[in-house]
Ligand binder design. Structure first.
Ligand SMILES: Nc1ncnc2c1ncn2[C@@H]1O[C@H](COP(=O)(O)OP(=O)(O)O)[C@@H](O)[C@H]1O
Ligand SMILES: [Mg+2]
Length: 310
């Protein structure tokens, strides 16, 4: 079966700022319709630059970007009309009401009034009972949701959330994730940027890791864990040992200080983990185990090792 065309296609995209700084270097990235894609990278990696270009806020230096098949340069209006953007920096000290602000945003896209749509958006975001409140009176979490409502006011198919939960407390963060999942269920494609690994891990269908202006990898979340995940097997010994027998040297085991735990690192992507032979070699060496457990390295470990790589 032919794969459906990507809703966003970025090819050979580079960005050099006026200062001469090269913020993006040959980015290639396709976003699938309907997915939640997390662009994960440390501060300064180029996340905001990349989405600003896709959204038409910043100019690209080289390469090409299409949104819904429309070139963002030659067909800007058509491309931009498909996109809602919640920027990283929020300006939310407005004396306008929630209703007026969100309705006005829709007007900016030249869309005819549609109170029923605005009502739906506000209800989806649990803002309906605040529709007549002035924005300046709202809590931080609600202001965020007003920004999302503004971005959704013109019925975009794609929503960009630039660091949606930066500086947001854990409770509100969970609420935000529920909102995002609800939007996906209603058919919106979502691209969020984050430097919180946990956010990417919990939210995304696919994760792209960006560092120093380059996409280091793009992977299904599960595949990413599998591909790069290392597992560790911990063996609890019946009797303490003073040293690892030479016969077991090839396994590169680690013995705990108290002599009761042996740990073994293995690669989940390897064809053989070596566990079966390790267990029989242990028995042959007269070492008996009382228990064993395994742990998988988290996305956090993976991420840290990736962005540290030279
Ligand atoms: N207008 C600008 N002029 C020059 N350099 C910029 C500008 N905007 C961002 N940068 C630089 O580009 C890099 C990427 O920034 P940004 O896209 O904001 O990263 P992120 O969103 O991942 O934190 C940073 O080193 C930043 O200092
Ligand atoms: Mg940013």
């Amino acid at each position: 079966m032919l794969a459906p065309p990507p809703i966003i296609s970025v090819s050979n995209l580079s960005k050099t700022y006026g200062s001469g700084f090269k913020a993006l270097k040959g980015i290639n990235l396709d976003i699938k319709r309907g997915e939640i894609f997390a662009l994960l990278g440390p501060n300064g990696a180029g996340k905001t630059t990349l989405i600003s270009i896709i959204c038409g806020i910043a100019n690209l230096s080289e390469g090409r970007v299409t949104v819904g098949g429309h070139d963002i340069n030659s067909d800007y209006r058509a491309a931009r009309s498909l996109i809602g953007l919640v920027p990283q920096e929020l300006h939310t000290d407005s004396f306008e009401t929630v209703w007026a602000t969100v309705s006005f945003s829709r007007g900016l896209f030249g869309k005819p009034k549609n109170p029923a749509h605005i009502e739906k958006v506000l209800k989806d975001l649990s803002l309906w009972d605040k529709k007549d409140s002035k924005i300046i009176t709202l809590s931080g979490g609600m202001k965020r949701r007003v920004m999302i409502a503004k971005a959704l006011s013109h019925e975009p198919q794609i929503l960009f959330l630039d660091e949606p939960t930066a500086g947001v407390d854990v409770e509100l963060r969970k609420g935000m994730w529920d909102v995002v999942r609800g939007l996906q269920a209603s058919g919106v494609t979502i691209i969020l940027t984050t430097h919180y690994i946990q956010e990417a891990e919990e939210m995304a269908d696919r994760i792209g890791v960006i560092n120093k202006g380059e996409i280091i990898l793009v992977e299904d979340k599960a595949g990413l864990m599998q591909k790069l995940g290392k597992k560790q097997l911990t063996l609890h010994l019946q009797q303490k040992i003073d040293a690892i027998p030479p016969a077991l040297a090839p396994y590169k085991l680690h013995l705990s200080d108290d002599g009761r735990l042996l740990t073994y690192d293995y690669d989940t992507k390897g064809e053989r983990t070596g566990i079966t032979s390790l267990l029989s070699d242990l028995r042959n060496a007269g070492i008996h185990i009382s228990d064993l457990d395994t742990t998988q390295s988290s996305l956090e470990d993976i991420f840290v090792s990736l962005v540290r790589a030279p």
